[in-house]
Design a protein around this ligand. Structure first.
Ligand SMILES: NC(=O)c1ccc[n+]([C@@H]2O[C@H](COP(=O)([O-])OP(=O)(O)OC[C@H]3O[C@@H](n4cnc5c(N)ncnc54)[C@H](O)[C@@H]3O)[C@@H](O)[C@H]2O)c1
Length: 288
């Protein structure tokens, strides 16, 4: 308890999934939360987006821990709207200590138009940069920026096994670009005693990952694959015996990087990958 006591944390994509989980774990450890989400269907993706009631539920769950939560509906692509939303929320909560640009989409499938690539770049890369840059004027000494990558960022030019399509290519591109961005930004911010780290999760049980179209990238041989059908393929790429992590498995790493426990940790690419990258380096290949 109290590992991030009285810190104020900004999280985008906080209506559900990993963003909500980070909000709750951080609130349990004493943080107040600024929860931002667009609450709309992603235009490019084959899965439903979050809703306003999802965002309300995140707020309610945070408040049940006894901490404060401010929700803002904003699209991370719109820097001006995002900056205004952040400024209002910081005014209300009094400060800003931690920034987590977590909003993202991953539309998969060869049938998608090239806008699936550009939409994904706009949200995952430009949106993450917008979030950090809109937040920077509010950050003081000791601030922590935690960029959300993915294991695919650590698999250079990974092509989604040929069936990911333009959206998934955009996803893999944005996640590797974010690792570069974080490294470069981290060097600039270190003299101000501000830190930038990246967390790279493997497959987590959220909407983005758990849908039929995504399952088909792992099991193209099946008409309507389920989570159980892909479990074997995911076990095969992971070192540790797991197919899907729970969101909280990633949130524990987030709490560490948000807290003073990591006060001299910057420029880290922290994998929460069940040993996947290490196993790939040893010769295994997804889909093989
Ligand atoms: N689930 C996984 O397996 C996994 C693995 C590695 C990395 N990640 C990353 O974790 C992050 C969260 O993903 P998730 O799995 O919780 O997915 P999710 O779809 O459950 O949540 C993503 C959230 O982002 C929001 N969002 C989308 N576009 C937005 C926009 N333009 N502006 C504001 N909010 C927007 C959505 O409304 C949604 O609430 C993403 O960056 C994703 O790339 C997820």
């Amino acid at each position: 308890m109290g590992r991030v006591q009285d810190k104020v944390v900004l999280i985008t994509g906080a209506a559900r999934g990993l963003g909500r989980s980070h909000a709750l774990r951080l609130a349990e450890e004493g943080a107040d939360i600024i929860a931002v989400d667009v609450c709309k269907d992603p235009s490019a993706a084959h899965y439903a987006g979050s809703t306003v009631s999802d965002l309300d539920e995140t707020v309610e769950l945070v408040r049940k821990t006894g901490r404060r939560a401010v929700a803002k509906q904003a699209d991370v692509r719109d820097r001006a709207a995002l900056a205004a939303a952040i400024a209002e929320a910081v005014e209300e909560l009094g400060r800003l200590d931690v920034v987590i640009p977590n909003a993202g989409i991953n539309p998969v499938g060869n049938d998608l138009p090239v806008t699936a690539f550009t939409d994904t770049v706009d949200i995952n890369l430009v949106g993450a940069i917008n979030t950090v840059h809109a937040a920077l004027p509010h950050l003081g000494e000791g601030a922590s920026i935690i960029v959300i990558g993915s294991v695919v960022a650590l698999m250079p030019r990974f092509d989604g096994m040929g069936i990911g399509g333009p959206g998934n290519a955009g996803y893999n591109f944005t996640k590797s670009m974010l690792t570069e961005y974080a490294d470069w930004l981290g060097v600039q911010l270190a003299p101000h005693n501000q830190r930038v780290n990246v967390v790279h999760p493997t497959t987590v049980a959220t909407e983005l990952m758990q849908n039929t179209t995504m399952y088909k990238t792992f099991r193209p041989d099946l008409e309507n694959p389920t989570a159980d059908d892909v479990a074997g393929a995911l076990h095969a790429v992971h070192g540790l015996p797991v197919a899907f992590l729970e969101p909280a498995d990633v949130s524990h790493a987030i709490v560490y990087l948000a807290s003073e426990e990591s006060r001299f940790v910057t420029g880290t690419q922290l994998r929460v990958d069940a040993g996947m990258i290490n196993k790939l380096a040893a010769g295994a290949r997804p889909g093989a």
